[in-house]
Design a protein around this ligand. Structure first.
Ligand code: PBG
Length: 328
C-alpha cells in the first residue's frame, strides 16, 4: 500500500500554519506605484484605459499623496505628460518640465517619499518614438546624449533614482557617466534591462499619449521570442553600472524573472504593466473573475518567480492586502 505517513495537507490545516510555512514573503516596502503627472492646472482625471488611475497636475498632487499615505506606499515612479512635444523631445529635460515640477512638488508634500523617474523620450517627442530620429530609424548614439540630459535634470530636480526605459544600447553607461560627472554618484540607476516590444503596453500609451506616430518599437525593444538575448541585455546593464535590473512586462515573462534571479545578484524588479492591470479590471468589470483574488495571486507569482521589487498600478491595493495577510 502507498505510504500514507507523508501528508502534504498536514501543513495546510489552518491559516496560522499556512502563513507560517509560506515560501514567498512580500512587503509593502517592495512595491512601486507608477504615477502620471500632467502639465496644466486642476487636472485630476481618471484615465479611461486604466480605470482607477489618474492624471494629476502638480497642484492636484496632494490627492496622490493622500492616496499613498492612506495605503502606506512610499515609493513612486513618475511619468510626465508635457503640454508641448517636438521632434527632439526637448520638454523632457527642461528645468521646469512636468516631471521636474512634479518631483519638487512631491518633495514638499511628502518628504519621505522615494521618487523614481522614468527616463525616456516617447512621451515628449512629436513622433512618439523613444529617441532622436534619423529618417525613420531611432539614432542610438544621439539619443544617448538626450537620455543622459534627462536623467541629470531629474536628479537636479531632486529625484532619488532614475529608470531608463528606452532600450538604447549603452544608455546605462552614458547616464552613469553624466550623473557621476555632475556630483550625483549616489543616484542609483534602475535599468529596464529586458524590456519587450509588448502589446501589453497599449493602455499606457493611451494614458501617456506616447503611441508611435508610425511604425513600432521593434527596432529597439526586444522580440518576445527571445530569452537568451534578455539575459545578454541584463548582463550588459550590470556591466555598464546598473544598480537594479528589470524585466518587463511581468506575468508573461515569469521564466525570465526566474532566470535573471538565478544569474545575477543585483536586486531584480518586475513591471506589471498597464495591459496586465487593464485585463484584470476588464474581466472583473464583466463579472468574470474576483479582482482582489486575481490581483493577489498574480503579484505572488511575480515574487515567487524571483522578483524583489514589483512596479504595479495595484501597489496601493496590494499594500492593503499584504497588511491584511491576504498575500505574503
Ligand atoms: C516608456 C515606457 C512605456 C512603459 C513604461 N515606460 C511605454 C512603451 O515603452 O511603449 C509601459 C508601461 C506600462 O504599459 O504600464 N518608454
Amino acid at each position: 500500500m502507498f505510504d500514507q505517513s507523508i501528508r502534504p495537507r498536514r501543513l495546510r490545516t489552518s491559516d496560522t500554519l499556512r502563513r507560517m510555512v509560506r515560501e514567498t514573503r512580500v512587503s509593502p516596502d517592495s512595491l512601486v506605484y507608477p504615477a502620471f503627472i500632467a502639465e496644466g492646472e486642476h487636472i485630476y482625471r481618471e484615465i479611461p484605459s486604466l480605470p482607477g488611475q489618474y492624471h494629476y497636475s502638480p497642484d492636484e498632487l496632494p490627492r496622490l499623496v493622500e492616496r499613498l499615505c492612506a495605503h502606506g506606499v512610499s515609493r513612486v515612479m513618475l511619468f510626465g505628460l508635457p503640454a508641448h512635444k517636438d521632434a527632439e523631445g526637448t520638454a523632457a529635460w527642461a528645468e521646469d518640465g512636468i516631471v521636474q515640477q512634479g518631483i519638487r512638488r512631491l518633495r514638499d508634500l511628502m518628504p519621505g517619499l522615494y521618487i523614481i523617474t522614468d527616463v525616456c523620450m516617447c512621451e515628449y517627442t512629436s513622433h512618439g518614438h523613444c529617441g532622436i530620429l534619423c529618417g525613420h530609424e531611432v539614432d542610438n548614439d544621439r539619443t544617448l546624449e538626450c537620455l543622459a540630459r534627462i536623467a541629470l535634470s531629474h536628479a537636479r530636480a531632486g529625484a532619488d533614482m532614475v529608470a531608463p526605459s528606452d532600450m538604447m544600447d549603452g544608455r546605462v553607461a552614458a547616464i552613469r557617466r553624466v550623473l557621476d560627472g555632475n556630483g550625483f554618484c549616489n543616484i542609483p540607476i534602475m535599468a529596464y534591462s529586458a524590456k519587450f516590444a509588448s502589446s501589453f503596453y497599449g493602455p499606457f500609451r493611451d494614458a501617456a499619449g506616447s503611441a508611435p506616430a508610425f511604425g513600432d518599437r521593434k527596432s529597439y525593444q526586444m522580440d518576445w521570442h527571445n530569452a537568451r538575448e534578455a539575459m545578454r541585455e541584463c548582463a550588459l546593464d550590470v556591466r555598464e553600472g546598473a544598480d537594479i535590473i528589470m524585466v518587463k512586462p511581468a506575468l508573461a515573462y515569469l521564466d525570465l524573472i526566474h532566470e535573471a534571479r538565478s544569474r545575477f545578484d543585483l536586486p531584480l524588479a518586475a513591471y506589471s504593466v498597464s495591459g496586465e492591470y487593464a485585463m484584470i479590471k476588464a474581466a472583473a468589470a464583466a463579472g468574470l473573475i474576483d479582482e482582489h483574488g486575481v490581483m493577489c495571486e498574480s503579484a505572488a507569482a511575480v515574487y515567487r518567480a524571483g522578483a524583489d521589487i514589483l512596479i504595479t498600478y495595484y501597489a496601493c491595493e496590494l499594500a492593503g492586502a499584504i497588511r491584511a495577510g491576504e498575500i505574503g
